[in-house]
Design a protein around this ligand. Structure first.
Ligand SMILES: NC(=O)c1ccc[n+]([C@@H]2O[C@H](COP(=O)([O-])OP(=O)(O)OC[C@H]3O[C@@H](n4cnc5c(N)ncnc54)[C@H](OP(=O)(O)O)[C@@H]3O)[C@@H](O)[C@H]2O)c1
Length: 483
């Protein structure tokens, strides 16, 4: 729910005919504005190199919205009145023509210079588009101007620094919104509420009470049509440096002094700065081979279209991360991600320490398990707190039960992450966006691993990763808590 109407603005989508725009951005924009009856406060200008008319773009957008389950008279009207398209021409560099078009739309629809530039582009094109916007004078106006950069932000520390440097030539940091769409998920934001609005967990949230924390981002899908990007990027760049790192910082951060974007981001950066060099022997790379998922046979990574027969790109990463600060010293954080794993799930498992002395040991039927808090971020968002209870009757027998909470039972379906993030962009709230120093500190952490020639251990599609990842924890006397 919006507290105030959004300012009248123009929402410029670079890459408007791409996947992200049609699948996520346009449906999110429509749902957000239609829900609040504010459709006319936003004019969308799609930008690309294809030669399309407004009418062509509107037709494609209408189709995309229908595919997203939106079909109403209002939607047709929105497409016809609020969607526009501009082609940058064959050489894709006519930014002065784009500037003219934007100014003419602003005049026609009485928009006071408020502009969002959304980079839904292949990352290689980001610099050209940022320079084009800056050099054509579009980054300054009588209203507010904001620029949104999709992930991945750079492919290593140097490229991230260069991109930040370029952005800062034309934009102040307060105008830059680096997206990690994980942060738009209600359940990810709820990590802050869960920790800082409930006192029962905070006193346990430290090295005295916690044994280890595991964070898993598991995907059952393969690489689909993304071979060109993925084979160069791999799982470390695609998921670990951004999504997994964001989850790690939210779980590990200290309580911010106040709930503001910069206070929260300061605390997240402090976590990253407390992580010592990740030792190569605590990192496992893997690559999927053919296998079966949900009863269906699937190809191995090297058989995917566009992937070289001898590709060594990792589709799986597991690692141990340590945080050298007062709260976490000595407590391992195990993080892992992979494609073609046996299910799609994003989960944080906090395993508490065992009781110091087990008085039930003489009873052979008593298997004590550690208390665990399992936070599921997707799907079936919610959490389970596991504890032991006595089974009624004799002999003395313990059983693990749980207290649980499921978002869908309490609140029904959750909004799409992009809806939340776009609303924040329109309202100028940067809390859920990654700051320049945060993205660089994160790259600084993983950069040393990029140059290492880790062997990619094979794992069958439909499993939870290579055996070596199991061994990583066995060495520490622990095991993965599989969903
Ligand atoms: N798809 C997703 O669900 C998703 C999720 C998270 C992040 N992302 C990120 O979002 C970005 C876009 O992804 P995508 O999947 O939408 O890519 P995509 O389907 O390949 O679309 C990219 C669009 O960029 C346009 N384009 C290419 N060169 C251009 C240029 N020089 N100037 C202006 N426009 C140009 C193309 O339109 P023309 O042919 O008209 O030029 C194309 O429609 C990427 O950075 C990706 O990593 C995507």
């Amino acid at each position: 729910m919006m507290e105030q109407p959004v300012d009248r603005h123009i929402f410029v989508i670079f890459g408007a005919t791409g996947n992200l725009s049609f699948l996520k951005l346009l449906p999110a924009l429509y749902r957000l504005l239609a829900h609040e009856k504010q459709q006319d406060r936003c004019h969308v200008l799609g930008v690309g190199t294809k030669e399309l008319s407004d009418k062509d773009f509107r037709e494609r957008a209408r189709e995309a919205l229908k595919n997203a389950g939106i079909s109403s008279k209002d939607m047709n009207e929105w497409c016809d009145t609020c969607l526009h398209y501009h082609s940058l021409g064959k050489s894709s560099d006519d930014y002065s023509g784009l500037a003219e078009r934007i100014r003419s739309l602003e005049k026609e629809y009485d928009i006071p210079g408020n502009r969002v530039f959304y980079m839904a582009l292949p990352p290689a094109i980001f610099p050209k588009a940022i320079t084009g916007i800056g050099e054509s004078g579009l980054s300054t106006s009588d209203g507010w101007v904001r620029i949104v950069i999709e992930k991945p932000f750079g492919s290593d520390l140097n490229s991230a620094k260069e991109l930040n440097h370029l952005l800062h030539q034309y934009f102040d940091e307060s105008q830059v919104y680096r997206i990690d769409h994980y942060l738009g998920k209600e359940t990810v934001q709820n990590l802050l509420i869960f920790r800082f609005a409930n006192t029962i967990f905070e006193s346990l949230w430290n090295r005295d009470r916690i044994d280890n924390i595991q964070i898993t981002v598991a995907e059952s899908i393969g690489i689909g049509e993304r071979a060109r990007y993925y084979d160069k990027a791999g799982a470390l760049r695609d998921i670990v440096q951004n999504h997994l790192t964001q989850l790690l910082t939210l779980v590990a951060m200290e309580v911010p002094a106040v709930f503001t974007a910069d206070d929260i981001r300061d605390e997240k950066v402090k976590v990253l700065r407390s992580i010592p060099l990740i030792r190569p022997e605590t990192v496992v790379f893997g690559q999927y081979e053919k296998g079966t998922i949900g009863g269906k046979k699937v190809k191995g990574y090297r058989e995917e279209t566009g992937v070289a027969d001898d590709s060594s790109t990792e589709t799986y990463v597991a690692m141990k991360v340590e945080i050298d600060n007062w709260r976490w010293q000595g407590i391992p954080f195990y993080i892992r991600t992979g494609k073609r794993l046996n299910r799609r799930v994003t989960q944080i498992v906090v395993t508490f320490r065992h009781e110091p002395v087990c008085i039930f040991r003489p009873y052979s039927s008593c298997q004590i398990t550690s208390n665990r808090l399992v936070i599921t971020l997707q799907p079936d968002e919610g959490f389970h707190l596991y504890f032991d209870v006595k089974r009624p009757g004799e002999p003395l027998w313990l059983k693990t039960e749980s207290l649980h909470f499921h978002y869908k039972d309490a609140f029904g379906p959750l909004p799409e992450a992009y809806q939340t993030l776009i609303l924040d962009i329109l309202q100028g709230d940067q809390t859920l966006f990654v700051r320049a120093d945060e993205v660089e500190t994160s790259w600084r952490l993983f950069n040393p691993l990029l140059g290492q020639d880790f062997p990619a251990h094979s794992y069958a599609a439909g499993t939870m990763g290579p055996e070596e990842a199991e061994k990583l924890l066995i060495k520490d006397g622990k095991k993965w808590e599989n969903p």
